[in-house]
Write a protein that binds this ligand. Structure first.
Ligand SMILES: [Zn+2]
Length: 164
């Protein structure tokens, strides 16, 4: 027997988002563009944050630095090299995050290489039409008039513009 899908708030949010992405990107072409844009925006943002952190805290991969290993209290070591030595749990957490972001960026790059092959595909309009058809069955419009009316009855939502 089929298992009931989880209905916790996180899962419900996921189902809604999942269906919205099908509904609003109902052709193969649109799914390709959507996913390419999502991947690129993820890479751009994560890459820039990593750059900023590296500017601020030094490269996570860099060795602690010769000068950073000087005798404790030596004030001459202040600067980039000294900053690379974990001094606090906070700094250690930042450096762990930088290493994690580097991994994420490497994975995103690998995914991009695989995705390029998916994105080379073009299908005839007939097949695109099949995509739209199936999308309509999988994720019907929650904002169509009937659905809205029903929601209003169920929830008595006061946020519709017919109050003023
Ligand atoms: Zn859940």
């Amino acid at each position: 027997m089929p298992e009931e899908p989880c209905q916790c708030p996180d899962c419900q949010r996921f189902y809604r988002e999942h269906d919205r992405l099908i509904r609003e990107n109902a052709s193969l072409r649109q799914q390709q563009e959507l996913n390419w844009a999502a991947l690129q925006s993820f890479r751009t943002l994560a890459g820039r944050v990593l750059e900023e952190l590296q500017k601020q805290h030094g490269d996570a991969d860099a060795p602690a630095g010769e000068s950073g290993k000087g005798p404790a209290g030596a004030p001459a070591a202040k600067g980039a090299a000294a900053a690379a030595v974990p001094e606090s749990p906070e700094l250690e957490a930042i450096q762990q995050a930088m290493a994690d972001l580097e991994n994420i960026n490497a994975h995103l790059f690998s995914i991009e290489v695989l995705m390029e092959r998916i994105f080379d595909v073009r299908v005839p309009e007939e097949v695109e039409q099949k995509f739209r058809e199936v999308a309509g069955e999988l994720a019907p419009d929650p904002l169509n008039a009937d659905r809205l009316r029903l929601n209003r009855l169920l929830h008595q939502t006061p946020d519709l513009p017919d109050r003023g």
